[in-house]
Every structure is written in structure tokens, then in C-alpha cells.
Design a binder for this molecule. Structure first.
Ligand SMILES: CC(C)(COP(=O)(O)OP(=O)(O)OC[C@H]1O[C@@H](n2cnc3c(N)ncnc32)[C@H](O)[C@@H]1OP(=O)(O)O)[C@@H](O)C(=O)NCCC(=O)NCCS
Length: 221
């Protein structure tokens, strides 16, 4: 239940497996509490369809996130101000934190001033993935994202744009750059799960298409 680099991993059903029951999920939650890890469960709806009702009956809230796969032929041209980073920088984390504090795709208040205030007290964190940022002349880093790899498969995660810098194509461009880099390093499959249908549109525009539904379950709140 503990991933190699020490962060707690969610539970997932065995595949192929039997028919999950409410009791299975209740027992799983008890075991997670005992281990002191989050009561988290994730699965692909199309491979374990019965789990959706079961998880809800067992008291979990389930986000049904569009699961999307890259069609490499549909990747757009590189963006002039988006670049790859081989290391995790404080900008990557600070921009993602500010972005995820304003969910959805709408523009908002927080921008470069809030970013710089947070950067002044940020400490670098270790990271072993690939990162990309939109670093715009005169404005600095406005959007960031991460790509994590397991064998031939790469997942794009943590795409975020400062609320004040949204709707300029930066989130899509960061996603595309991470995908391009994954392909250049031999990835056979690049995928992501979008937080909502409106967020999925951002990824569709840069070459991803919906392949299924990722279910992300956690206790209410
Ligand atoms: C989702 C998110 C990363 C998108 O970032 P973004 O930089 O605004 O993304 P883009 O600019 O590429 O696309 C957003 C919208 O702007 C539009 N757009 C793109 N380029 C544009 C331009 N030059 N001028 C005007 N609009 C533009 C897109 O068409 C899209 O419109 P739509 O919502 O109607 O489909 C951002 O809203 C965010 O950080 N949200 C909170 C964190 C989050 O949920 N992350 C995703 C987790 S899966």
C-alpha cells in the first residue's frame, strides 16, 4: 500500500477479479485506517463496473473522471514558451498549488504576485518525474505539469495554470509538451484522467480522446 518513494497509494480492485461487495469496501476502509493511509480507492469503470454502486453504498464519494488517451497524430506544434524540466522546481509546485486552489477552468484572481509570495517561502522538493512549465517572458512560470512513467506507459498529472493566466492555451500546451517528451522517450501509451468534462475539452484540443472513465473514491469531504 506504500509506493516506492514513500507516498501512500490508493487501493484498486484485482483485475480480472470477482464481483466486489459492500463488505469488501468496508473491510478495505478499515484496513486503510489501521495502516494510517488515506481511505482511497481507484479503478477503471469499464473493467469493474459493479464497483461504482458498491463503493457508494459503502459510504464513499466517487468522482467519475474522463480517462483519456493520446492520439499522437493530433499533437499540436510546440508552444514557444513551454519547456521541459528534468528536475522538479519550486515553481512547478507553487503554480500547481495555486491552480488547484481554484478548481475548474474559469479565470480567477491569483496570479504572479501570489506565486512570487509563495515562492519566497517555498523549499525545493525531491522529484523523479518529468516536468513542464509555461515560462512567459516578463511574467515567469504561469502553468506547470508532471509526467510519471511506468515502463512504456506515461501518465500526465497535475496540470495547472495560475487562475489569472487561464484561457491563453498554456494548460493545453504544457500537457502537449509532456506528451511529446513521453513519445520521444519511447512511450507506447500516454494517458491522463480529467477532473471533469469541461477540463477534458482542454486535453481534447491537444490530441487526447476519451477512452473510458476513471473512478476516484474517497470518504465525503
Ligand atoms: C484545467 C486548466 C489546467 C486549464 O488551463 P488553461 O491554461 O486555462 O487551459 P487552456 O488555455 O489550454 O484551455 C482553457 C480554455 O481556454 C481556451 N483558450 C485556449 N487558448 C486560448 C486563447 N489563446 N485565447 C482564448 N481562449 C483560449 C480553450 O479553448 C479552453 O476553452 P474551453 O474551456 O471553452 O474549452 C486550469 O483551468 C486549471 O489549472 N484548473 C484547476 C486545476 C485543475 O483542475 N487541473 C486539471 C486537473 S485534471
Amino acid at each position: 500500500m506504500q509506493a516506492g518513494d514513500g507516498y501512500p497509494f490508493y487501493a484498486r480492485p484485482r483485475y480480472p477479479g470477482g464481483r466486489p461487495t459492500v463488505d469488501d469496501v468496508v473491510k478495505m476502509r478499515a484496513r486503510q485506517r489501521e495502516l494510517g493511509v488515506p481511505e482511497a480507492l481507484e479503478w477503471v469503470h469499464e473493467t469493474t463496473p459493479d464497483l461504482l454502486g458498491v463503493a457508494r453504498e459503502a459510504g464513499l464519494e466517487v468522482l467519475e473522471a474522463p480517462l483519456m488517451v493520446l492520439d499522437p497524430r493530433r499533437l499540436p506544434e510546440p508552444h514557444p514558451h513551454v519547456r521541459l524540466l528534468g528536475t522538479r522546481t519550486p515553481e512547478v509546485d507553487v503554480v500547481a498549488q495555486l491552480a488547484f486552489s481554484s478548481p475548474g477552468t474559469a479565470k480567477g484572481e491569483a496570479g504572479v504576485a501570489e506565486r512570487d509570495a509563495a515562492l519566497a517561502v517555498a523549499t525545493p522538493m525531491p522529484g523523479r518525474h518529468r516536468y513542464a512549465v509555461a515560462d512567459v517572458p516578463g511574467e515567469g512560470v504561469l502553468a506547470s505539469g508532471t509526467a510519471q512513467r511506468a515502463g512504456d506507459v506515461v501518465e500526465v498529472v497535475g496540470i495547472g495554470t495560475l487562475p489569472a493566466a487561464r484561457r491563453r492555451g498554456l494548460g493545453g500546451a504544457v500537457t502537449a509538451e509532456l506528451a511529446r517528451d513521453a513519445l520521444a522517450h519511447g512511450a507506447e501509451l500516454v494517458f491522463l484522467s480529467a477532473g471533469s468534462a469541461e477540463i477534458a475539452r482542454v486535453y481534447e484540443r491537444v490530441g487526447f480522446r476519451r477512452a473510458g472513465t476513471a473512478c476516484v473514491a474517497a470518504p465525503p469531504g
